[in-house]
Write a protein that binds this ligand. Structure first.
Ligand SMILES: Cc1cc2nc3c(=O)[nH]c(=O)nc-3n(C[C@H](O)[C@H](O)[C@H](O)COP(=O)(O)O)c2cc1C
Length: 187
C-alpha cells in the first residue's frame, strides 16, 4: 500500500470484534519502532502489549476517571470505587499497546506519539484497526496502577505517554471526519 493511501484511509476505530490480532502480526506492526525518528535517538520508549482483559479494563477506566477529574479541576488520584464505575477509554479493544517513556525526558510524549501514528499506519496496511488514546496525566498513578506497571517490568521513573488500541473493526469502518485546519500560510 502506498503511504499516502494509508494516511488518507486510516481512521480511529472505537468498536472492535472480540478477537485478538495474532502475536506475530502485532510484532510485525511494532517493527516500526526500529525505523521511527526519536529524540536524540535515545530509543527510550518501552512498549507493553496489553492482552489481559482485566488489566486493559482497569487502565482504560482509570484513564477516563483521571481525565474527567482533571476537567473538573480535581488533581488528586481517583478512588478505586470511582474507577470501577467509569467507562473505559479503550472502548472494547481486545488489546492495547501502551507506550511508556521516562518521566524526566521532555520528548517522551513526542517520541510516543510518533511511534503511535507509525503503528497505526502499519496496522492499517495489514487490515488491523487502531485508535490512538492520548495520555494526559498518569493512568497508572494509583497504587494498583503502580503495581501493574511493576508487574510489566517498567521502572517507576517511567510513565505511560500514549496508547494504541488494536483489533478488528466491528461494523462499518468510520467515515473520514471533517477537518478544520486553516489555510496554510506560504510566503
Ligand atoms: C494526541 C491524540 C490523542 C487522542 N486521544 C483520543 C482519546 O483519548 N480517545 C479517542 O477515542 N480518540 C483519541 N484520539 C483519536 C482522535 O479523536 C482522532 O484521531 C480524530 O477524531 C480524527 O479521526 P481519525 O483518526 O479517524 O482521522 C486521539 C488522537 C490523538 C492524535
Amino acid at each position: 500500500m502506498e503511504l499516502m493511501e494509508a494516511m488518507k484511509g486510516r481512521r480511529s476505530v472505537r468498536n472492535f470484534q472480540d478477537r485478538m490480532v495474532p502475536e506475530t502480526q502485532v510484532r510485525d506492526i511494532l517493527k516500526v519502532m526500529d525505523f521511527s525518528p526519536n529524540a536524540g535517538n535515545r530509543n527510550s520508549i518501552r512498549t507493553v502489549v496489553l492482552t489481559n482483559r482485566d488489566g486493559i479494563e482497569y487502565i482504560g477506566k482509570a484513564h477516563t476517571t483521571i481525565i474527567r477529574n482533571f476537567n473538573r479541576g480535581i488533581v488528586s488520584l481517583p478512588t478505586e470505587e470511582a474507577i470501577e464505575k467509569s467507562p473505559s477509554a479503550f472502548h472494547n479493544a481486545p488489546m492495547v499497546v501502551a507506550l511508556f517513556g521516562p518521566k524526566n525526558f521532555y520528548f517522551s510524549p513526542a517520541d510516543a506519539y510518533i511511534l503511535a501514528q507509525n503503528m497505526a499506519l502499519a496496522a492499517y496496511e495489514q487490515g488491523v484497526s487502531t485508535c490512538i488514546v492520548g495520555e494526559v496525566l498518569n493512568s497508572l498513578g494509583t497504587e494498583k496502577g503502580q503495581a501493574l506497571q511493576a508487574a510489566f517490568g517498567i521502572p517507576e521513573n517511567f510513565a505511560p505517554q500514549a496508547y494504541v488500541t488494536m483489533g478488528y473493526c466491528k461494523g462499518p469502518y468510520p467515515k473520514r471526519p471533517s477537518r478544520h485546519y486553516a489555510d496554510v500560510i506560504y510566503r
